[in-house]
Design a protein around this ligand. Structure first.
Ligand code: NAI
Length: 324
């Protein structure tokens, strides 16, 4: 039998954790023939709640789940891990400045990056979900000098899936008809969902919708969907975020022709090298590759630049705070 793959989930007792762990254990993260070992990292106050979730995982009797470990020590949690889903983060509280938010998260993602550096398996792949996801991923990466930089990624797959769903509803087509969707930039309100390269039935999506809808409805609806979910549900998106995390890792490991992921920039499309920004990506042989050669018109350029500017400002802020 295959040796189980260790998957570490931080913030395991949180909302996303609850929606995520059962799907990982059922085989949806890596494939239906890959046994997994789960490691749940929580802060001390939430370890008991994580133990409760682990009891439920036991009660599912998942054939692929070979073990569960629960800890508040990052070194233990990441020891031998091949996949790390960094979900736990410090949320922005009322009145909190960006610097305070970045500093609080630096205190989480710096040590976790170091623990990954020192303990994870050689094939470790990291997906940061906890916000501000792109910059948290950069902080973790900068504390893991022995891990190849491209193993640190942040999640824009939920934004990608939201964009697919909004466009499918507008054009009354199944989501499967839509190809080449792209989210550019930061996982924040400045993100740019791009319909100028997306195709529906083989034709450019932007040409099948009116410009006002694209500009004034589609882009803001996708970018502000998180806030709309909070307003409706009274809690932030959790199941859809967990679903997107599953999609991201599954495609990274198993390959895809086109999706969106925030990965370290190599300078493509004028995005400064090193920042973790969302791009159109393919995955081949277990590695993300930025899809090259797309023409970027003035409309898209302006929006990509605005989101990338926000990312470079966040990078500069964490540098100034000594977090990287
Ligand atoms: P939650 O508040 O329900 O759970 C977070 C959990 O993280 C808590 O159990 C907390 O104890 C734990 N935690 C905090 N610090 C930790 C640390 N140092 N080590 C380990 N665990 C720690 O939050 P929820 O709803 O599960 O969301 C988690 C994060 O995901 C938030 O930052 C949220 O903004 C983000 N998010 C990102 C999305 C994306 O598309 N990238 C989409 C939706 C949410």
């Amino acid at each position: 039998a295959q040796t189980p793959v260790k998957v570490t989930v931080t913030g395991a007792a949180g909302q996303i954790g609850y929606a995520l762990l059962f799907r990982i254990a059922s085989g949806q993260l890596l494939g239906a023939d890959v046994p997994v070992k789960l490691s749940l990292l929580e802060i001390p106050q939430a370890v008991k709640a994580a133990e409760g979730t682990a009891m439920e995982l036991d009660d599912c009797a998942f054939p692929l789940l070979s073990g569960i470990e629960i800890t508040d020590d990052p070194n233990t949690a990441f020891d031998g891990a091949s996949v790390a889903l960094l979900v736990g983060a410090m949320p922005r509280k009322a009145g909190m400045e960006r610097g305070d938010l970045l500093e609080a998260n630096g205190g989480i993602f710096g040590p976790q990056g170091k623990a990954i550096n020192d303990n994870a398996a050689d094939d470790i792949r990291v997906l940061v979900v906890g916000n501000p996801a792109n910059t948290n991923a950069l902080i973790a990466q900068q504390h893991a000098p022995d891990v190849p930089a491209e193993r640190f990624t942040a999640m824009t797959r939920l934004d990608h899936n939201r964009a697919l769903s909004q466009l499918a509803a507008k054009l009354q087509v199944p989501v499967t008809e839509i190809k080449k969707m792209t989210i550019w930039g930061n996982h924040s309100a400045t993100q740019y969902p791009d319909l100028f390269h997306a195709e529906v039935g083989g034709k450019i999506a932007a040409e099948q919708v009116d410009e006002a809808w694209l500009r004034d409805t589609f882009i803001p609806t996708v970018a502000k969907r998180g806030a709309a979910i909070i307003e409706a549900r009274g809690a932030s998106s959790a199941a859809s975020a967990a679903n997107a995390a599953i999609d991201h890792v599954y495609d990274w490991v198993n390959g895809t022709e086109w999706t969106s992921a925030a990965i370290p920039s190599d300078g493509s499309y004028g995005v400064p090298e090193g920042i973790i920004s969302s791009f159109p990506v393919a995955s081949r042989d277990g590695k993300w590759e930025i899809i090259q050669g797309l023409e970027i018109d003035a409309f898209s350029r302006e929006r990509i630049d605005a989101s990338v500017r926000e990312l470079t400002e966040e990078r500069d802020a964490v540098r100034q705070l000594g977090l990287i």
